[in-house]
Design a protein around this ligand. Structure first.
Ligand code: DX5
Ligand code: ZN
Length: 220
């Protein structure tokens, strides 16, 4: 079992009428992080949840809240997400006029910083700031919806990032997000991912057996 692999289940595929219970179940099933997809209907064509819900969910688990912001503007909302209990705050560089400024803002609240690259976003967007972030999220679907098909074309980018990170001796989580299943997770890990986000596979496969699905992803 690849014990260094962390699983960050996306609650986008959970039953929203009982989010608290779903997160407790993920906690018990061995999730490492809880991936919270925040969408605004502007940066992406879907609307999900905001800081008030995260705040209500915060007491149900001690697990790391891995908050993936797909919103624009970003800076305006960092304080709310930080105070709601996010542990890692990940944003898209295209959604802010000043990436460094947004990084500093997140750090001001003592939160970990993540930067997300859409499938066509270039490494050059993050290359010069790798030493300032805790996580890079590589998207393997276009952001917006759960249940989309994994795009293998992002694997070379993942590998390149992994090489740069290693060459510089940095300790950064390299997270892959979108369409991850029991098959393609192997290629993602091989390319260098150490955190796997998964919504549909964890909540829907094997009759929704969360523990089994988390274990299967980890053992790939
Ligand atoms: C997509 C989100 C992902 C996605 C994961 O915009 O960032 O986290 O919902 O769900 P699956 O694993 O179903 O692609
Ligand atoms: Zn996500």
């Amino acid at each position: 079992m690849s014990s260094h692999i962390k699983i960050s289940p996306s609650i986008l595929s959970a039953d929203f009428s009982k989010l608290g219970e779903e997160i407790i179940s993920l906690d018990k099933a061995g999730a490492d992080y809880i991936h919270v997809d925040v969408m605004d209907g502007h940066f992406v064509p879907n609307i999900t949840i905001g800081p008030e819900i995260i705040k209500k969910l915060r007491p149900v688990t001690k697990k790391i809240f891995d908050v993936h912001l797909m919103i624009q503007p970003v800076d305006l909302y960092i304080k709310s997400f930080a105070e709601a209990g996010a542990d890692i705050i990940t944003f898209h560089p295209e959604a802010t006029p000043n990436t460094l400024g947004t990084i500093e803002l997140i750090k001001k609240y003592n939160k970990k910083v993540g930067i997300s690259l859409k499938p066509d976003s270039e490494i050059s967007l993050v290359e010069n700031i790798l030493d300032k972030v805790d996580l890079i999220l590589v998207m393997s679907v276009e952001p917006g919806f759960a249940g989309q098909k994994f795009m293998p074309k992002v694997l070379p980018k993942l590998k390149k990032l992994k090489d740069i990170i290693d060459r510089r001796g940095l300790e950064i989580d390299l997270e892959i997000d979108g369409g991850i299943d029991f098959e393609n997770c192997k290629a993602a890990i091989e390319a260098g991912a150490n955190v796997l986000v998964s919504g549909s596979t964890i909540f829907k496969k094997n009759n929704g057996d969360l523990k089994k699905n988390i274990d299967l992803l980890k053992s790939s």
